[in-house]
Design a protein around this ligand. Structure first.
Ligand code: NDP
Length: 267
């Protein structure tokens, strides 16, 4: 059995297992399986090093392990190094290699190229770093805004993007904070409803079971284009799966499973 999984703490809410298992089934990879791997930070390094011996060929990495994953790896892609975080580990020939598919996954989920467009990234954590880097690489004019302003300022200086003290409308508004994981509201965010309503496209990395986040619902009501967290999850997951299997990922199957939260019925 070839094993894959998602390492996180917490990880119970993750749709990755259902999405990847549906993809593996659709690809006819019957001896592959993907599982949740709940793992507290203090056990991260020793557990990851033991995974290849237990049959694992790769793993996704989520909160709060993305920086630790990069630090642990024997080799890392230029993107993972530049972002300072990895969401995908591959175990091959006794070595651990790190990649970041959050960045290209976000770009792939957008309805249009961000080149020459303005982007406001909310947050300064791991996913905000990946988003700001990806959008800058794709030619957008990027600004970063965060509750703790000093973190956004440092991130902006490091990546060569703008630091924003207040939120104004942008072509792309990309929400990368963890607000919404517990509260399902964006009221904690320093963003007025008018800013959301006047941004051409609103991206929310946060996703929730059973419908839109409040941020996506507000943007949708205003007739804005929206990209929700499940769409971003599908694209980053597809890129990870392609790295592990060397096969094109079945995007539609992954999207359907991620959205339904359960495997598709047998054909
Ligand atoms: P981090 O823990 O690295 O960063 C958290 C960010 O949220 C920080 O900027 C923090 O601000 C901010 N924040 C936390 N609480 C509040 C609050 N009450 N008010 C305002 N800001 C707050 O998390 P990640 O960047 O790794 O992940 C962020 C979210 O994105 C998570 O919900 C995660 O699940 C989701 N995600 C989704 C993906 C997908 O595929 N859909 C991919 C990656 C992430 P401060 O610096 O002030 O503490």
């Amino acid at each position: 059995m070839r094993r894959l999984g998602v390492l996180g703490w917490p990880v119970a809410h993750s749709r990755s297992p259902v999405m990847h298992n549906a993809a593996l089934a659709a690809l006819g990879l019957r001896d592959w399986t993907y599982q949740r791997l709940p793992l507290p930070p203090e056990l991260f390094a020793e557990t990851v090093r033991a995974l290849p011996g237990a049959g694992f060929v790769g793993a996704n990495v989520t909160i709060p392990h993305k920086r630790a994953a990069l630090a642990l790896a024997d080799a890392a892609s230029p993107a993972a190094r530049a972002i300072g975080a990895a969401n995908t580990l591959s175990f091959r020939d006794g070595a651990i290699s790190a990649e970041n598919t959050d960045a290209p996954g976000l770009l792939a989920a957008l309805p249009w190229s961000p080149e020459g467009r303005t982007a406001l990234v909310l947050g300064a954590g791991g996913s905000a770093r990946a988003a700001a880097w990806a959008l800058r690489e794709a030619g957008a004019d990027v600004a970063v805004l965060n509750r703790t302003a000093s973190r956004a300022e440092a991130l902006a200086a490091e990546l060569g993007v703008r630091f924003a003290e207040t939120a104004g409308p942008a072509d792309l508004l990309v929400h990368c904070t963890s607000v919404g994981l517990d509260t399902e509201t964006f009221k904690d965010l320093p963003v007025a409803v008018e800013v959301i309503e006047r941004s051409a496209c609103v991206v929310d990395l946060v996703y929730r079971a059973g419908g839109d986040t409040a941020l996506i619902a507000t943007a949708r009501r205003a007739g804005r284009e929206v990209v929700d967290g499940l769409e971003v999850l599908v694209h980053q997951g597809a890129l990870s799966l392609e790295l592990w299997t060397g096969t094109d990922a079945p995007l539609e199957v992954m999207r359907a499973a991620a959205r339904q939260g359960r495997p598709p019925p047998p054909p």
